[in-house]
Design a protein around this ligand. Structure first.
Ligand SMILES: [Zn+2]
Length: 295
């Protein structure tokens, strides 16, 4: 039974980039989520799923949503869904989709772009592959030179769920895809804000988001909960990714979840929120698209 569209929701999402050794970070994240009786959405790269099939299978069986996050989220910036062409994007997302479908027995319905680098081409690829939901448009977010979200094309995008215009994702339109934007109020509501600014300031940003939107769509990464010596960033990743990560961040994450739940937000997956918003189920749409492809 879908939740009412105006229900306050907490979306706990995690982007499983392919960083060797980071699997235990996903396990630790899921333990915290489950301790709160909550559900999460795991956006998994194809390569992460190949390396940790059991983890993905059991998370899906426990009621977490498994969406996709590209093939490996390559750190040489080559896996880039802003500027690459349709064929390149489709090939990578199709491979990841197939692996997730094999592991979980369900075709994934949701996607998050590496670095939140989205484009109208990506929107077309996702629609053609039968995806119903994207959760990448960086509404109200600007990192300057501190992060990767340093352009303003999508700054004015809605911060609530909406159907983007396929010709410009920041505008309302009538495309097939539903966008459930990650939360930000200039500063994003993410684990790296908790690690860099602290829990208190990040909760203040979450409060500002909650004042204007029923959703708090939080994200983190498995590698943030793993000591640097246990996991391996590719040599071309910026140094800052190696700083200040490890299991010590599970406790602030746990407190973040407890606090937002205490505001009356209910934990939901990204697809649940999108379905509630459109007032329907995506599984039929999804099955029809998959059947159409098989023909
Ligand atoms: Zn990523």
């Amino acid at each position: 039974m879908p939740a009412p569209p105006n229900g306050r929701s907490l979306l706990l999402t995690i982007d499983a980039d392919w960083i060797p050794g980071s699997g235990p970070g996903l396990e630790a994240f899921l333990e915290v989520v489950e301790r709160h009786g909550a559900v999460s959405t795991i956006f998994v790269t194809g390569r992460f799923a190949e390396e940790y099939p059991e983890l993905i299978r059991s998370a899906s069986a426990s009621g977490h949503e498994v969406g996709t996050h590209g093939w490996e989220h390559a750190w040489d910036w080559s896996e880039n869904y802003r500027f690459t062409d349709y064929a390149y994007q489709r090939e990578r997302i199709e491979k990841a989709t197939r692996i997730v479908e094999e592991l979980t027995g369900r075709r994934p319905t949701s996607f998050r772009a590496p670095f939140l680098w989205v484009s109208e081409t990506l929107c077309q690829v996702l629609t053609d592959l039968g995806y119903a939901v994207d959760s990448s448009v960086p509404a109200r977010r600007y990192d300057g030179s501190f992060g990767m979200v340093d352009w303003v094309r999508y700054f004015t995008a809605p911060s609530r769920p909406y159907r983007p215009d396929p010709a410009h994702l920041a505008r309302h339109g009538n495309g097939a895809l539903v966008e459930v934007p990650p939360s930000a109020f200039v500063v994003p509501v993410v684990m790296s804000s908790i690690r860099r600014l602290g829990l208190g300031p990040t909760l203040m940003v979450a409060r500002l988001v909650a004042a204007t939107s029923p959703l708090i769509n939080f994200y983190c990464h498995p590698w943030e909960f793993v000591e640097p010596e246990r996991r391996q960033f590719p040599p071309d990743a910026p140094d800052r990714y190696n700083d200040n990560t490890g299991p010590q961040w599970l406790e602030p994450f746990d407190r973040f979840v407890a606090k937002v739940l205490s505001w009356g937000h209910r934990p939901r997956t990204v697809t649940e929120v999108a379905e509630a918003w459109v007032g329907g189920s995506f599984s039929e749409h999804n099955a029809a698209t998959a059947a159409g492809e098989a023909r």
